[in-house]
Design a protein around this ligand. Structure first.
Ligand code: SAH
Ligand code: SF4
Ligand code: F3S
Length: 481
């Protein structure tokens, strides 16, 4: 989708409007005039590159940043030798941070060769004071730094940088504002993420997200529906509803609404074929939601249900508000309602105080649930979270050994699980040309499983039946059925 802004109608002569999004339209136009002038001087078009380091929500934010950059007149390129490079950062684990610092070293060398280059940093990592302090001191070549609460102000901040020629740093501590109707440039023409809420109130003891994304804020249902309708009118057939815990959607709205009710409204949108959502916290996944999933024709046959650990003792220390037993009972209830469902999960190995016994409980859950896929993480200590202050950090070699064992087990289960579709003909949303196999396409089942099959590029973005002929462990080879 691309929110159409009629820039012709906007005057940049007077002062900037006070209201949003009009204020941002004003700055988009001002930046656009500046970029046009610069293009003329240089005899070429200025280019931009947006790099995402984080989760799906971070990726969706990047699409919004790119939408604004394009509206301003920058031409997007894939590589970082561009005139405007922005890193949308993540800080959920320490290695996410390290990656950003590594890339910045590389960027500084490119900048030395291009005097017109601007470097911007935004996203979750920027909400940490120590990070910004370090950048201020040791990474002085960075031109613009902002956080997660004010990215809607991107055009205004770029303008400030153009206007002042000095580093702009704008980090907010919190916001309750949600600004709608800004441009978005999405990555895929046929599928899109849609934010339904921002922030998180759960404070799992290991997690930094509530500190860098703030308190839960739900978008109004009418804004969500309108966005999806516009996306569908622009050829989108599949949407992924995004929130740190979609099960608490709507609680803080003026007229409260449950996530299940929102899904029912979205289901009614004609032309929309597939609905996905993430993430669903096991503590408050309602019977109402299970019922909606059971009867829906559009909600995909997949559920990401992060368990984090199989040990009730550790789950309590993690502040997850469920036990091993209640999680397993929930899985049973879901499987009874939607028998074919693909379940996926997240697991952390090496949470402080995790004993071998606790870890075996996690292995037990893996074997009982039989996930279609599992995202496994080594516990990473995040400064400021309660878990960082817990003693008994688990020795690295123990964590590594358990992690490898877990990985082996989940892979072997996933390979067995995928076999259940062998020989069946199922709907595939065609996503792209297969880069390795000439004449082949790649798409996804409702369950999320990847399928490669021979076909013509013109099918990209459509849903076609495909016979699943051969399982290859993590994907299928098929033939149009
Ligand atoms: N809101 C989502 C998760 C967002 S973060 C949820 O509750 O499921 C994605 C995943 O990163 C989490 O599920 C968790 O498994 C992992 N994670 C978060 N903090 C972590 C940390 N400090 N160390 C290791 N993994 C972590
Ligand atoms: Fe982090 Fe827990 Fe919130 Fe997920 S629900 S973002 S793991 S605090
Ligand atoms: Fe996502 Fe990373 Fe932020 S996981 S919410 S980009 S800390």
């Amino acid at each position: 989708m691309y929110t159409k802004i009629d820039l012709e109608q906007i005057s940049t002569n007077g002062p900037a409007p006070e209201t949003e999004p009009e204020r941002q339209y004003y700055f988009i136009k001002k930046c656009k005039e500046y970029v046009e002038q610069k293009n003329k001087e240089l005899g070429r078009s200025l280019t931009c590159c947006v790099q995402t380091f984080g989760c799906q929500m971070n990726a969706r934010d990047s699409e919004k940043l790119l939408g604004i950059l394009e509206e301003i007149g920058y031409v997007p390129v894939e590589t970082e030798d561009a005139d405007f490079v922005i890193y949308n950062t993540c800080t959920v684990r320490e290695n996410a941070n390290q990656k950003v610092y590594g890339h910045l070293g590389y960027l500084s060398n490119i900048k030395k060769k291009n005097p017109h280059m601007l470097i911007a940093l935004c996203g979750c990592m920027m909400q940490e004071e120590l990070v910004v302090e370090k950048l201020r001191k040791s990474y002085r070549f960075v031109d613009l730094i902002f956080g997660t609460y004010n990215n809607y102000k991107f055009a205004e901040l770029i303008w400030e940088r153009f206007d002042s020629n000095s580093t702009i740093i704008d980090i907010w501590k919190e916001t309750d504002q949600i600004v709608e109707e800004l441009p978005v440039e999405r990555k895929y023409p046929f599928k899109s993420g849609v934010n339904i809420m921002f922030g998180c109130n759960n404070f799992c003891s290991y997690c930094i997200v509530p500190y860098v994304r703030g308190r839960e804020r739900s978008r109004k249902p009418e804004d969500i529906i309108k966005e999806i309708q516009e996306l569908v009118a622009d050829n989108v057939v599949e949407i992924m509803l995004l929130g740190q815990n979609v099960n608490s959607y709507g609680k803080n709205l003026e007229q409260p609404m449950t996530f299940a009710q929102l899904l029912q409204e979205i289901e009614k949108i004609p032309g929309l074929e597939r609905i996905r959502f993430m993430t669903s916290h096991p503590k408050d996944l309602s019977d109402e939601l299970i019922e909606v999933m059971r009867t829906s024709k559009k909600i995909c046959c997949q559920l990401h249900l992060p368990v984090q650990s199989g040990s009730s003792r550790i789950l309590q220390k993690m502040n997850r508000h469920y036990t091993k037993e209640s999680y397993l009972a929930l899985v049973e209830k879901i499987r009874a309602a939607v028998p074919d469902i693909s379940l996926t999960t997240d697991i952390i190995v090496g949470f402080p105080g995790e004993t071998q016994e606790d870890f075996e409980e996690t292995m037990d859950v893996i074997r009982k649930v039989r996930y279609d896929s599992v995202f496994t993480f080594i516990y990473s200590k995040r400064t400021g979270t309660p878990a960082a202050a817990m003693e008994e950090q688990v020795p690295e070699e123990v964590v590594k050994k358990n992690f490898d064992r877990l990985l082996k087990e989940v892979q072997s289960i996933a390979t067995e699980r995928i076999e259940r579709f062998q020989g069946r003909t199922m709907d595939v949303l065609v996503e792209e040309k297969n880069e390795q196999l000439e004449g082949y396409l790649t798409g996804r089942l409702s369950s999320g499983i990847v399928v490669h099959f021979p076909g013509d590029e013109s099918l990209i973005g459509t849903i076609v039946p495909v016979k699943l002929e051969e399982s290859k462990g993590f994907y299928y080879m098929g033939k149009r059925g």
